[in-house]
Design a protein around this ligand. Structure first.
Ligand SMILES: C[S@@+](CC[C@H](N)C(=O)[O-])C[C@H]1O[C@@H](n2cnc3c(N)ncnc32)[C@H](O)[C@@H]1O
Length: 384
């Protein structure tokens, strides 16, 4: 399992300035915090929610974040006089054992959508292990919406260069991969062909499953070409406090997700698409599957059905697939022998430098100098 996505300080800064995301989080925190209460900030980043929690009167705040960006909080906590109240924990919340359960847990570990990396399992774990009975989770609930998108620009990567290119080449083989890839979008209301429909509700106070499945019926409200499904979420951080990623709303850091159709659908007002969308967490990321049936106005049977999945977006050689089969017997290799040695030397006694020296001595062909060996050892140690 790899860790969460890494962000730069500038990206964390963009999250802090993002309107109305940040004021909504600040207000939800302000309302949830009672004098002296205990707060856990999961995915603290540079610690903005921890600082705000102190400002609103929290007694103790635990800021949990695996990225080094958390170190900035040491300085900002001191600059604001909160050092005594903020405890920094560098790591994953799922590995954190709390001294005390929290009255309030705040997080934003979503991506373009809330179905992102280990967001949902992380919230479930936090609710079960880290939250005091009757405590408050921020966010409280996200709702996913879908609509038909008419947007040639978002669709362009499906057609160019695969179906048309400037070089007279037949690249059609790439098309089936491109049409199974979703992308981030920021559409305007006039770029929608249908009204939006609710796809799924993720209520963090009760959710237990990381996977999502929903169906929507989307009726064309004007003549046009549907290039795909647009999916976004609206957030309720607390009752009456939230924000929306819908087209026409102020642009947020999340955006919307554009799921292309295998072929553009020319639609007349009154035609409809019935779409079923699934998101399944596999290892560290979601596999999205979208099946879309086009019905002409009042028709009971679909004119066509398109079955697509982000699983089909990856070009995979038969060899790499076979290497992942449960019947595959991996051959020993020099790279594996080197890593085996490094891992066996991590005994809680030797330093990285000592391990690197032994590694270089034993595998001089692979590690030409001590710096190369040290980099390798440090990277391997960093995984644990
Ligand atoms: C989108 S940033 C949010 C930063 C800041 N809280 C904000 O909202 O502006 C999400 C952060 O969550 C962290 N993260 C993801 N899963 C985590 C987990 N299980 N425990 C702690 N941090 C996690 C990531 O490393 C990333 O820095």
């Amino acid at each position: 399992m790899s860790g969460p996505t890494l962000y730069s300080v500038t990206s964390y800064g963009d999250m802090i300035t993002n309107q109305p995301r940040m004021p909504a989080y600040a207000e939800a925190l302000r309302q949830a915090i009672t004098p002296g209460c205990t707060v856990i900030d999961i995915g603290a980043g540079t610690g903005i929610f921890s600082l705000l929690a102190c400002q609103y009167g929290a007694g103790t705040v635990t800021a949990i974040e695996p990225a080094d960006a958390l170190m900035l909080l040491r300085e900002t906590a001191a600059a604001n006089g909160f050092s005594e109240r903020i405890k920094m924990v560098q790591g994953l919340s799922t590995e954190h054992v709390p001294e005390q359960k929290a009255d309030v847990i705040v997080s934003d570990i979503r991506g373009v959508m809330p179905l992102f990396e280990h967001h949902i399992p992380t919230i479930c774990d936090a609710r079960e292990r880290l939250l005091a009975p009757g405590g408050t989770l921020i966010p409280m609930r996200d709702t996913l919406f879908a609509a038909l998108a008419e947007h040639p620009e978002s669709y362009q990567p499906c057609t160019e260069p695969w179906l048309q290119n400037d070089y007279g080449l037949d690249l059609r083989a790439g098309h089936r991969y491109a049409v199974n890839s979703w992308s981030k979008a920021n559409l305007k209301p006039e770029q929608l062909l249908s009204a939006s429909a609710e796809l799924a509700v993720l209520d963090y106070r009760s959710i237990t499953e990381p996977n999502m499945a929903g169906t929507v019926t989307l009726k064309a409200e004007k003549d046009g070409t549907a290039h795909g499904l647009l999916i976004w979420f609206d957030a309720e951080l607390a009752p009456g406090i939230g924000f929306s990623n819908a087209p026409g709303q102020p642009r947020l850091v999340y955006g919307q997700a554009f799921f292309p159709f295998e072929q553009p659908l020319v639609m007349i007002r009154g035609d409809r698409v019935e779409a079923s969308v699934k998101a399944n967490l596999v290892d560290d990321s979601y596999v999205w599957t979208w099946t879309s049936s086009l019905f002409r106005a009042d028709a009971a049977r679909p004119e066509l059905t398109l079955r697509q999945s982000s699983f089909l977006a990856q070009v995979m050689s038969p060899e790499s697939l076979a290497r992942r089969a449960h019947t595959h017997v991996p051959e020993p290799s020099p790279a594996q022998a080197a890593d085996l040695l490094v891992l066996s030397l991590m005994d809680g006694q030797r330093s990285l430098g000592e391990i690197a020296s032994i590694l270089q001595e034993r595998f001089p062909e692979r590690f030409k100098d001590n710096a190369t060996a040290l980099n390798h050892v440090a990277a391997l140690a960093g995984r644990y």
